[in-house]
Ligand binder design. Structure first.
Ligand code: SAM
Length: 255
C-alpha cells in the first residue's frame, strides 16, 4: 500500500486542480447530487465531525462552513498539504491530520458526533477495522455517512448501442489496479482499489456495530450540480450516469 500513498502524494496538486470539487456544498461523489439536494446531514452546527480520507479537504471546508468543528484525516501528506492550503484560503480553521483510517488509534473513544467519508473506503484494504475504528471514535448515537462508487459502475459499460455487461459481479471484493494519467506528470502513478458489493458494505457495517438506516443510489445527470467533475468529463459519463447510479451512500448510526 505504501506506493499507493506515494501516488496520492504525487497527484495531490493536479487532482485538486483537475476536479474542481466544491468547497460550498458537501459532495458524495462525481455526478452524484450533493448535500443541497439530498439533505442527509441535518443541523451540524457546533457538532464534532470527522472526514475520513478527506483528500484535498473540500468536504471538510464545506462542513466547517456549515458550522461544524471539523477534523480531516488522510494518509497522504500531499493531500493533507493541499487541504491545509485550501482551508486557509477559505479562512476555515480545521484540524487536518495525517493518518491511516483503518487505524485511528491516535484518536480517543467517543470523540465525534458524526463521521463522513466520500469515495475513500474503496481504497482501503481492511474495511472491518476501518468501520470498527469509526464506531469507536463516535459517541453513542453518532452518525456515519459514507459514499463510494457503485459496484454497477464496474459491471456495466457503455457501447455504441447502449449498455453492456463488462465484468462479473463482485461476489467477493475484487482488487483493481490501474494508472491515473495527468499531463503534468511524466510517469503514470499507479493506484489500486476494491470493488465491493453493497451487501458487503452493509454487513461489515452491521458486524462493526452500526445500524444502517438508509441506502441511497441517486440518479445523476448533467443537471446535477457541478460537484467534482469538470463539465467535459461529466459529458463523457452522462449517458451511463442517466442509466445506473454512479455512487451509493450509506447512512448508519452507532447505537
Ligand atoms: C478519491 S479520494 C477522495 C477524497 C475526498 N474524500 C473527496 O471526496 O474529495 C480518496 C482519498 O482517500 C485517501 N486514502 C486512501 N486510503 C486511505 C487510508 N487507508 N487512510 C487514509 N486515507 C486514505 C487518499 O489519500 C485520497 O485522498
Amino acid at each position: 500500500m505504501a506506493n499507493v500513498k506515494k501516488s496520492w502524494d504525487k497527484i495531490a496538486r493536479h487532482y485538486r486542480k483537475r476536479y474542481e470539487i466544491s468547497t460550498e456544498i458537501v459532495h458524495y461523489g462525481p455526478l452524484c447530487p450533493g448535500e443541497d439536494k439530498l439533505g442527509l446531514l441535518g443541523n451540524i452546527k457546533g457538532k464534532k465531525v470527522i472526514d475520513l480520507g478527506c483528500g484535498c479537504g473540500q468536504n471538510a471546508i464545506a462542513l466547517a462552513k456549515m458550522g461544524a468543528k471539523v477534523t480531516g484525516i488522510d494518509f497522504s501528506e500531499g493531500q493533507i498539504g493541499e487541504a491545509r492550503e485550501l482551508a486557509s484560503k477559505h479562512n476555515q480553521s480545521i484540524d487536518f491530520e495525517t493518518g491511516d483510517i483503518s487505524d485511528l488509534s491516535f484518536l480517543p473513544d467517543s470523540k465525534f458526533d458524526m463521521a463522513i467519508s466520500a469515495c475513500a473506503i474503496a481504497y482501503v484494504e481492511d474495511i472491518e477495522s476501518t468501520f470498527k475504528e469509526t464506531s469507536r471514535i463516535l459517541r453513542p448515537g453518532g452518525t456515519f455517512i459514507l459514499s463510494d462508487m457503485n459496484p454497477l459502475q464496474y459491471i456495466i459499460d457503455e457501447n455504441d448501442y447502449g449498455l453492456e455487461f463488462n465484468n462479473k459481479y463482485p461476489f467477493e471484493p475484487i482488487l483493481i489496479k490501474w494508472g491515473w494519467e495527468f499531463d503534468e506528470l511524466e510517469n503514470t502513478p499507479r493506484f489500486q482499489h476494491f470493488v465491493r458489493s453493497i451487501s458487503n458494505y452493509f454487513n461489515t457495517l452491521s458486524d462493526s456495530g452500526f445500524i444502517v438506516s438508509q441506502i441511497h443510489e441517486p440518479q445523476s445527470t448533467l443537471k446535477t450540480p457541478h460537484l467534482g467533475f469538470s463539465r467535459e468529463i461529466m459529458e463523457e459519463y452522462d449517458y451511463i450516469a442517466r442509466h445506473i447510479p454512479i455512487t451509493f451512500i450509506i447512512v448508519c448510526r452507532k447505537p
